[in-house]
Design a protein around this ligand. Structure first.
Ligand code: ZN
Length: 428
């Protein structure tokens, strides 16, 4: 009975989320197509019609592709769950591995096979997106050789990092009793903090080259900005982002007040020194307002709630049966419980995702306001426009689509806020 209820609730949630996604995506595409032929008024002097239309075409191409991959993703999810994919995979792996190598090896093999199959199913979509869509709009700088090298390195890093943490969590689930989820949470948090430390110094350099910023005047300028804002720089680096993509970015890593600042080479090529400073000031604003800390804290809280829920679900037979999985009788079911939970939770999480998007947009406004105080607001506005144009982001998104998904406010709203912020000081 409970199993049937779960089946119905899951199927209904999946169907409803698909309908909403489809509705929003088609709204966005119609809206962008309808405004393709005219640059919106606030941008008519800075953005050419050709650039505007290129952005519209890029948005439409990505939107059509998004519909296809969305439908495929839902079919795969159904295949794994209600149509019996996990059960079939589990029986093959269990019977092959468990008798000879034991329960832990079997569970790790199950997770490994699942990840491998999932990766292979996603591969055609990744290839099409990189070598067709990004290529067509001139963003892709990736070669086949680099793509394969990335894939090999990514798999290796995934195995080296993923296998031990998976083994640890599975061991905790089997060995620590009813409160395993609390221990697992502790281990998961420690692991996340470790990755936070290791990523900039060990993992990122495997994929990109980092060179110290050699542009002295720019360095002096950004150093002064960081002093003003109360941060110590652990180093300024330029990353060869252009190796893979023409999209531009900048970021910070590091714990505490000492930050390692990383500029994509693509960013330095596109922006003037004043604009780079303003972009950096925006990023510093995220730290000053503790957005990063808040994000990490909420990630910790959500993980705790999720693991507590899984702690309860994993001992209910209807949790497995209701999602189309026959649990094993003579073997541990912890890996299956983890897999099922990771597959199904996002379906329900989708309905609360707009709340997080809204919070994120609020944070962006706060960071912009901070940047206006520490650097030039007009430089920030100019930088935003350039990055928008270079990334071929649409200037005419559907308002409802924005509310649901956008982690950053649309350019028109950000520029209007910047204009308001600086108008008392600089009469136009
Ligand atoms: Zn931001």
């Amino acid at each position: 009975m409970q199993a049937l209820v779960l089946t119905l609730v899951f199927a209904a949630a999946l169907l409803l989320s698909l309908l909403i996604k489809f509705w929003l995506a088609t709204r966005q595409m119609r809206h962008v197509a309808a405004h393709r032929n005219a640059v919106p008024a606030p941008f008519s002097e800075t953005i050419t019609l050709a650039a505007h239309q290129r952005a519209a075409d890029y948005t439409l191409a990505k939107g059509r592709f998004g519909l296809l991959s969305m439908a495929f993703g839902a079919a795969v999810l159904l295949g794994w769950t209600l149509l019996g994919g996990i059960t079939a995979l589990n029986e093959v792996v269990r019977d092959a591995v468990q008798p000879r190598f034991g329960g832990m090896a079997y569970q790790l093999a199950l997770l490994g096979c699942f990840a491998l199959i999932g990766g292979l199913l996603d591969l055609p979509f990744e290839l099409y997106s990189t070598f067709r869509i990004e290529q067509r709009f001139g963003f892709n700088r990736m070669t086949w050789k680099l793509f394969l090298a990335d894939m090999l390195k990514g798999t290796l890093v995934g195995v080296l990092i993923g296998l031990p943490i998976a083994a640890l969590i599975l061991w905790i689930m089997g060995a620590t009793g009813g409160l395993w989820w609390l221990w697992a949470w502790g281990a998961w948090m420690a692991f996340n903090l470790l990755i936070l430390v290791l990523y900039p110094t060990v993992i990122a350099p495997l994929f990109n080259k980092f060179e110290p910023l050699s542009d002295e005047p720019l360095k002096v300028r950004v150093q002064a900005l960081m002093m003003r804002c109360g941060f110590a720089a652990k180093g300024f680096f330029v990353m060869d982002g252009s190796k893979r993509s023409a999209h531009a970015n900048a970021y910070f890593t590091g714990l505490g007040a000492a930050k390692r600042v990383v500029f994509f080479d693509t960013l330095l090529n596109k922006l003037s020194p004043g604009e780079v400073e303003a972009v950096l000031a925006h990023e510093l604003g995220h730290f000053k307002h503790k957005h990063v800390l808040k994000r990490i804290a909420s990630m910790f809280a959500i993980s705790l709630a999720g693991l507590a829920l899984l702690g309860w679900l994993s001992v209910q037979a209807w949790f497995y049966v209701g999602l189309g999985v026959r649990p094993s009788l003579g073997a541990p079911n912890d890996a299956i419980a983890l897999l099922l939970f990771l597959l199904v939770a996002p379906v329900f999480g989708y309905f609360v995702s707009p709340l997080f998007a809204q919070l994120s947009r609020k944070h962006e406004f706060e960071a912009d306001a901070y940047a206006c105080k520490q650097a030039s607001g007009s430089d920030l506005a100019a930088a935003l426009l350039k990055l928008h144009e270079d990334n071929a982001a649409t200037l005419t998104p559907d308002p409802l689509y924005v509310r649901f998904y956008y982690s950053h406010p649309p350019a028109s709203e950000r520029l209007a806020a910047l204009l308001r912020a600086r108008s008392p000081l600089q009469p136009a």
